[in-house]
Design a protein around this ligand. Structure first.
Ligand code: GDP
Ligand code: IMO
Ligand code: MG
Length: 426
């Protein structure tokens, strides 16, 4: 079997990608993460045991699966080492089934420092995992790649250049003192590398030559994509399908037969700053946050919550050319007498039916809502489409009609078995 499947976020991240990829990756031999880094937190609950995947592709949890950290990622080696140890401590040996791209960039301790300093001015609300600065160094052509760690002279030269640059920025721009602590570099980078280096490979070549089935797992979501999202309140990578080719090192031709599904919550959340037209405030927000357990898997921050935004979701469908949607957390809407969905924005008397690129419009527009009837029965844990309450079915149909692609699968709880298929997925 040669099969390719892409699962990515259709909103502002945390859509439940981890849970879905865990389910769908069972039949795949290889799973790939291709952008972002430890800013991601993908939750999987298997037999009551919770795993939070940050750098590793979720599919690696299946004992037959090879997990690939591809070249488009920025890798915090210490965090990776800890993540592996954590999973292995739960009785799942994964080390020998992991491949790390030699071209991936390394997140250095001073990237995290810069993330913190920049955050004071920018207020993006980043995860402080050094993601933005690591990509900044990559595109400034100052980055340290995994391959550079094999050659001490190359590494030391790059490090010296980096330190000189960071020192001048920290001292001149931020007015703080900066001295590099080499013990820290040893602890955070070099020692973890010693333990991980046997898993480093040319992963693009591996994927090109691999004729088996591969599942690609996006991190973050389309609205956080550096080009197609709510810039500048975005992450620093292409977290939509646009990131696939350069993130993996594979030609776009490689993906021509791939199915691409977007994961979306039945409502909407966002962590950090930035526009959120359908955001709820006060008690209404607190109720939804509590019901949905909306606290960040990486940082523990309370997530901002709101109604489903179909204008934004349609944008994700279009940007990614989605074959369908996978809707999660429908159960969280159980018991709401009415459910609102945003079908357009209004800004200065003008109606926007398409997702605007302007931050000004996104920040100051008012959502135009359609109100749909809720359902009284429970959808929690249902696995049979026949058990869907009629109004829940109507809700799904309304979404499908608006965005123009089918909802192929539903998630009805955090546990592995809580899902149902509505259409053929593979
Ligand atoms: P990801 O980053 O897209 O993988 O999503 P996160 O793991 O950050 O956040 C999703 C949260 O929702 C996690 O706590 C999941 O366990 C939980 N979850 C996933 N699917 C469902 C669902 O269908 N219903 C409920 N109630 N929780 C879900
Ligand atoms: P997963 O893969 C939700 C958000 C941050 C911040 C912005 C930039 O679990 O869905 P960064 O640290 O990337 O520079 O932060 O992006 N963000 C996420 N929000 N889910 C994520 O990942 C996120 N990764 C980053 O909150 O607003
Ligand atoms: Mg998450």
């Amino acid at each position: 079997m040669s099969e390719k499947l892409v699962i990515l976020g259709a909103q502002w991240g945390d859509e439940g990608k981890g849970k879905i990829v865990d389910l769908l990756s069972e039949r795949f031999d290889v799973s790939v993460r291709y952008q972002g880094g430890s800013n991601a937190g993908h939750t999987v609950v298997i037999n009551g045991v919770k795993y939070i995947m940050h750098l590793l592709p979720t599919g690696i949890l299946h004992p037959h699966n090879t997990g690939v950290i591809a070249q488009g990622m920025v890798v915090d080696l210490k965090a990776l080492e800890e993540e592996i140890a954590d999973i292995e401590a739960k009785g799942n040996p994964i080390f020998d089934r992991l491949l790390i791209s030699d071209r991936a960039h390394v997140v250095m301790p001073y990237h995290k420092l810069l993330d913190k300093l920049l955050e004071r001015k920018n207020g993006v609300g980043t995860t402080l995992r050094g993601i933005g600065p690591a990509y900044m160094f990559k595109f400034m052509r100052k980055g340290i790649r995994v391959v550079d760690l094999f050659d001490q002279r190359v590494f030391e030269r790059r490090l010296e250049e980096n330190v000189e640059f960071v020192k001048s920025v920290v001292e001149k721009v931020f007015g703080e003192r900066f001295e590099i602590d080499l013990r820290y570099i040893e602890e955070e980078v070099l020692r973890p590398f010693e333990r991980l280096k046997s898993r480093v490979a040319d992963t693009a070549k591996f994927l090109r030559e691999n004729t088996k089935s591969v599942i690609f797992e996006g991190a973050q979501g389309t609205l956080l994509d550096v080009d197609m999202g709510t810039y500048p309140f975005v992450t620093s990578s292409n977290s939509s399908a646009l990131g696939l080719a350069h993130g993996t090192g594979l030609s776009p031709k490689y993906f021509k037969d791939a199915k691409i599904y977007g994961v979306a919550k039945a409502y909407l959340t966002r962590v950090g700053g930035g526009p959120f037209p359908t955001e709820l405030k006060g008690e209404e927000a607190e109720r939804l946050r509590q019901k949905g357990g909306e606290y960040g898997a990486t940082t523990g921050r309370p997530r901002r919550v709101g109604w489903l935004d179909l204008v934004a979701l349609k944008h994700a469908v279009d940007v990614n050319a989605l074959d369908g949607l996978i809707l999660t957390k429908l159960d969280v809407l159980d018991g709401y007498p009415e459910i609102k969905v945003c079908v357009a924005y209004e800004y200065r008397g003008k109606i926007y039916e398409e997702f605007p690129s302007s931050l000004e419009v996104l920040e100051n527009c008012k959502p135009v809502y359609e109100t749909l009837p809720g359902w009284s029965g429970s959808t929690k844990g249902i696995t049979d489409p026949e058990q869907l309450p009629a109004n829940a079915r109507r809700y799904l149909e309304f979404i499908e009609n608006f965005v123009g692609v089918p909802i192929v699968m539903l998630s009805t709880g955090p546990q592995r078995h809580e899902y149902l298929f509505l259409k053929e997925v593979f």
